[in-house]
Design a protein around this ligand. Structure first.
Ligand SMILES: *Cc1c(COP(=O)(O)O)cnc(C)c1O
Length: 409
């Protein structure tokens, strides 16, 4: 299997402060698909975009049609409408999936994927730097049912084979790790999983589904918070589970039994956001690298966690598997008192403080990754920060940060 269908990205200039490269992504087939997938104009009076179907009851014209409703493309609002099906099609085209299951949030895409594999005595493998709510889904939903989990060192690579048990039902992967941005060896982990016949789920939110193609690497489920880059405008909650062949029907049925469904306005907005995903991701990539490289030059900053930087420990793995980087990364400030941090943060002009990311706007928050770990240490020697570089002019973003760092002193 080829490593990736996309041409690889030249990141040789990544460490140069003012010379962030544009990604050489042009995944031509994906670029075109994002414009056309899920659109059926002639089925909808010629309208370019699929209409927003508000529907619960679907009427069948004859008793014969009613009797055959199980095979009807649309049978009941909860089971999907042309609007939600269009979004499923588009995500499947992006992720190279046979089918996609939509959920009302990224968190629910995670819990549904975990729960679908639960059974008495089951054991999960989840990375220790996993997105917090994924950890809590295990500790608060699965653990009380007597289900076991090992939170593995994200740098474990092929060593994960030592943690596999006969009862292991699912291996979770998140590249790069939430808040700390370590890059796991996806291929090594997937090889072990496949050798043992264990399905894998990968949280693909960071890449927007564009810069990493997990299903082509043998992953079973590519899970995303559509809330982030797919939507791209900070106004919708959404989750997606893009499935490998053989996994889709089961996941679709499982989610249907849970009663999972999404609203048509939300589906419409995510689909609308996806039409411009490539242009936005190119800008996030370039501007993110530019800001990251600038932060690296600052005396207030101990280290920058961005796998696209040549100096990052995960850089080689990122180059091997990804065709670009998003606008989200971390850095560590030298130890700083809270009032000084407040002076820096409260005066920022362009960076908002708040949860989530992946919209057009920049964000900056302090983080406490150590609190979300149980088997590995996180002691970087200073204040961890998470930044989302939005679509503003990166020079404006750098000037704003520069003034903020000056207020630290
Ligand atoms: C935000 C996020 C999620 C959850 O998405 P919501 O839509 O907020 O529930 C899942 N994974 C990662 C990596 C995230 O950052």
């Amino acid at each position: 299997m080829p490593p990736t269908p996309f041409p690889s990205l030249d990141v040789t200039a990544a460490a140069a402060p003012r010379a962030a490269p544009l990604p050489d992504t042009a995944p031509a087939q994906v670029q075109t698909a994002l414009c056309h997938a899920g659109r059926h104009p002639q089925a909808h009076s010629g309208a370019v975009n699929v209409p927003v179907f508000h529907a619960s009851t679907i009427l069948f014209p004859t008793l014969e049609a009613l009797d055959a409703k199980a095979s009807a493309p649309v049978r009941y609002g909860r089971r999907g409408t042309p609007t939600t099906q269009a979004l499923e099609e588009a995500v499947s085209a992006l992720e190279g999936a046979v089918g996609t299951v939509l959920t009302p949030s990224g968190a629910m895409a995670i819990t549904v994927t975990l729960l679908a594999h639960a059974r008495p005595g089951a054991h999960y493998l989840i990375p220790d730097n996993v997105y917090g709510p994924c950890r809590h889904a295990y500790t608060e939903l699965l653990q009380p049912m007597g289900i076991d989990c090992t939170f593995y060192d994200p740098q474990i690579g092929a060593g994960i084979a030592r943690l596999v048990r006969p009862e292991t039902v699912l291996i979770w992967i998140e590249p790069p790790g939430s808040q700390t941005f370590e890059m796991p060896d996806i291929r090594a982990i997937v090889d072990v999983a496949r050798a043992h016949g264990i399905p894998t789920a990968l949280d693909n939110t960071w890449s927007g589904g564009l810069f990493l193609q997990p299903l082509a690497m043998g992953v079973t489920y590519s899970v995303q918070a559509g809330t982030k880059y797919l939507c791209g405008h900070s106004d919708v909650m959404s989750g997606t589970i893009a499935c490998a062949p053989g996994a889709h029907e089961r996941m679709k049925t499982y989610a249907a039994r849970l009663g999972v469904c999404v609203g048509p306005d939300d589906a419409y907005l995510v689909l609308r956001g996806m039409r411009t995903l490539i242009m936005r991701m190119r800008q996030h990539h370039a501007a993110g690298l530019q800001v990251a490289a600038w932060l690296q030059t600052r005396p207030e900053v101990l280290r920058v966690m961005h796998p696209g930087l040549a100096s990052d420990p995960g850089h080689a793995l990122w180059r091997r598997d990804f065709t670009g980087a998003s606008g989200l990364f971390g850095f560590v400030l030298k130890p700083v008192a809270r009032p000084a941090l407040a002076r820096m943060m409260d005066g920022l002009r362009y960076y908002g403080m708040g949860s989530s990311w992946g919209g057009f706007e920049s964000l900056l928050i302090p983080t406490e990754p150590a609190k979300l770990r149980s088997s590995t240490e996180w002691a970087p020697g200073g204040q961890s920060m998470r930044i989302h570089v939005g679509l503003e002019d990166p020079e404006d973003l750098i000037r704003d940060l520069e003034a903020g760092l000056a207020r630290l002193n």
